[in-house]
Design a protein around this ligand. Structure first.
Ligand SMILES: N[C@@H](CCC(=O)N[C@@H](CS)C(=O)NCC(=O)O)C(=O)O
Length: 222
């Protein structure tokens, strides 16, 4: 099986796909595509929305991380990163949607763009209103995740690490790149959970690669 991921590890969606591949123990290459500015017309041929990641799988191109993880789960069932069909699988799909809609879109992405991407790569100052709106949204989202991580459960679905956990772990890397922290006194389960996720060999290998990419410009490595 030949896997090539088109994108950059600084995207949470690229990172979750790479974490999925790492957890499956598969080899892969990264073809760097940074989705800033107008997309290259050649890239639009394999990613009509101009988004990363694209998974190149045995010469074919799949332009979405969720679709790509679904394919890999079917091709390489062991270790299972999707729960068996039924309530748990449906709940994982809901959590992935919640993480994308709430944690990513309303909290992490605004902070990451304003506090990391803009100052580091665009030489512009953070927009205080956008940052304030994200900060205001944060407690509601973190409270919900805290309730999902009932003490003693290692993962969102219980004992099984799933795509939902890799999604959460990936989004929190960018949250940390933005210079943010999780208040462990207020959200102890969430704080422990993210520490444990980032200590997994999959995330450790990814973070090593990211350290090469951004070095101490990220507070995560500073
Ligand atoms: N649902 C897609 C989302 C991918 C996505 O939004 N990628 C962003 C980077 S984090 C992107 O490429 N944005 C560029 C653009 O929208 O032009 C997936 O999971 O693959």
């Amino acid at each position: 099986m030949k896997l090539r991921v088109h994108g950059t590890l600084l995207s949470p969606w690229v990172r979750r796909l790479v974490a999925f591949i790492e957890e499956k123990g598969l080899d892969y290459e990264i073809e760097t595509v940074v989705p800033l500015g107008d997309p290259d017309p050649d890239f639009l041929k394999i990613s009509p929305l101009g988004k990363v990641p694209v998974l190149e799988f045995n010469g074919r191109f799949l332009p979405d991380s969720f679709a790509a993880c679904t394919l890999l789960e079917a091709e390489v069932p062991d270790p299972a990163l999707f729960p068996k069909a039924g309530w748990d699988e449906a709940w994982m799909l809901w959590l992935c949607d919640y993480l994308a809609t709430a944690l990513f879109s309303k909290v992490e992405a605004p902070l990451f763009i304003q506090q990391f991407i803009n100052p580091t790569f665009q030489n512009t100052a953070p927009d205080a209103d956008i940052v304030a709106a994200a900060q205001q949204m944060k407690p509601q989202v973190f409270d919900y995740l805290e309730t999902q991580l009932v003490s003693g459960r290692p993962f969102l679905l219980g004992d099984q690490c799933t795509l939902a956990d890799l999604t959460a772990g990936s989004i929190f890397v960018n949250y940390f790149h933005a210079g943010e922290t999780i208040d462990a006194a207020r959200w102890p389960n969430l704080s422990d959970y993210v520490i444990r996720l980032h200590a997994r060999p999959s995330f450790e290998r990814i973070l090593d690669q990211e350290r090469q990419l951004v070095g101490t410009t990220s507070p995560l490595f500073g």
